[in-house]
Write a protein that binds this ligand. Structure first.
Ligand SMILES: *Cc1c(COP(=O)(O)O)cnc(C)c1O
Length: 416
């Protein structure tokens, strides 16, 4: 271990001091200080986000878009200002193209319903990849069953990259939408989204990007990517649960039918006819999670202050360091070894079940994920029932990785 210069790493991003911003990370697990390596499932919240949410509940809460009294007007301003924060975060020019959802899953379902029921017919095709999260498989499968369309799958290589030639061949005049993940939550592969969008657009096919593992970990520039939909969850960018973002191009959003009906999404209602509100309200029926949205805004400002480029670079260093150290362990296999990879390492150790590995690591205070990671087709592709997954974020240090590696070595000893 130690091929990476520790000085250089800590100068670039001081993870040790960033860690102090996160109250939960000074807790201990099994009497050992907590090493949190499951940010791919949910990131932790810095104190400033927790405080902002508390402040809202104690001093600012009222329903939005309705009241004429000060409190409601202030809550509306706070909520709507997050829309601008998100637009800046993703480099979106038109703030109305930013829709609040409950999370990534909800947002993909929204598009599968609203876009799907408007534009997809019997005989049409939808292209997804073999490395999608269940959230970006099941809603499309349901749509296909309902309208009689077919799901087409982009295959992946042994190192976990998309087969771009096969992708090109899958696109046809029957293809109505491509839905692909920005970064695989199992393999860590960063997909060539810009190239994929350009190819699809050359055939007038829109592209939805599942950015649940993208937006938290790298600078996303929507105008550069030019994708038609981009989606992420609040709880993976150091914000709270219950809130997520759907970016959609105005041109599509305006032509799509609403997903849910109710308050806040209408212009007028009679028993004969309802006319819908303009975007974004058209897709935000009912009272939204106001406090969560405000917390998300604070989380994004926190990440921006540190810098997404620096976070990405930091995670790349951690990933390289961890990969080098882990692959020195006899019988350990890393699934997903693409050169362009984010901070996710899925692995298996010969003779140790991934769940046992997870439990033994937990005894050492190391929190990792074990299972199929809501991506069973990836497990099938690599012929494993499950993997153990460590995922990194801005608050992880090289010491965290050292703890992981020595704990994996101990677990292996117990089983051999
Ligand atoms: C976490 C995740 C999702 C689902 O996000 P939710 O917040 O659970 O809705 C979808 N896709 C990917 C790639 C993810 O990592």
């Amino acid at each position: 271990m130690g091929k990476i210069d520790r000085e250089v790493v800590t100068v670039d991003l001081d993870a040790e001091s960033i860690k102090k911003d996160f109250p939960i990370l000074s807790n201990s697990e099994n009497n050992k200080s907590l090493v949190y390596l499951d940010s791919g499932a949910s990131a932790q919240m810095p104190r400033l986000v927790i405080d902002r949410i508390n402040h809202y509940h104690q001093h600012e809460h009222a329903n939005i878009h309705r009241g004429v009294y000060d409190l409601s007007e202030q809550a509306t301003i706070s909520y709507e200002s997050v829309r601008s924060t998100v637009a800046r975060f993703l480099n979106v020019a038109d703030t109305s193209e930013v829709i609040f959802t409950k999370g990534t899953t909800h947002a993909i379902n929204l598009v599968a319903h609203a876009f799907g029921r408007t534009f997809v017919r019997a005989g049409d095709e939808i292209v997804i990849s073999h490395m999608e999260h269940h959230s970006n498989i099941v809603p499309w499968q349901q749509l296909c069953e309902e309208v009689g369309a077919t799901l087409k799958i982009i295959p992946i290589s042994d190192i976990g990259e998309l087969d771009m030639e096969a992708y090109g061949r899958l696109l046809s005049e029957r293809t109505k939408i491509v839905a692909v993940t920005h970064v695989s939550n199992v393999l860590g592969t960063i997909n060539p989204i810009k190239e994929m969008v350009a190819l699809a657009h050359s055939k007038d096919i829109p592209v939805l990007v599942d950015g649940a593992q993208g937006a938290p970990h790298m600078k996303v520039d929507i105008q550069d990517l030019d994708c038609d939909f981009y989606i992420f969850s609040g709880h993976k960018v150091c914000g709270p649960t219950g809130i997520g973002i759907l970016y959609g191009k105005r041109n599509w959003l305006e032509r799509m039918n609403p997903y849910e009906g109710g308050g806040d999404m209408i212009l007028s209602v009679t028993f004969e006819k309802t006319t819908y509100a303009e975007i974004p309200a058209k897709f935000e029926a009912g009272t939204p999670p106001i406090a969560s949205a405000i917390g998300l805004g604070e989380a994004i400002k926190y990440l921006e202050a540190i810098g997404l480029e620096r976070i990405e670079k930091h995670e790349k260093v951690l990933t390289r360091y961890a990969t080098e150290a882990l692959t020195e362990i006899n019988g350990l296999t890393v699934y997903g070894t693409a050169p362009n990879k984010a901070g996710v390492i899925s692995f298996g150790v010969k003779g140790v079940h991934p769940h046992d590995m997870g439990t033994l690591l937990s005894d050492d205070g190391v929190a990792v994920r074990a299972g199929h990671h809501c991506a069973q087709p990836v497990m099938q592709r690599f012929k494993v029932p499950a993997t153990t997954r460590a995922s990194f974020y801005l608050y992880n240090t090289l010491e965290d990785i050292d703890r992981l590696v020595s704990s994996v070595r101990n677990a292996k000893k117990i089983f051999s």
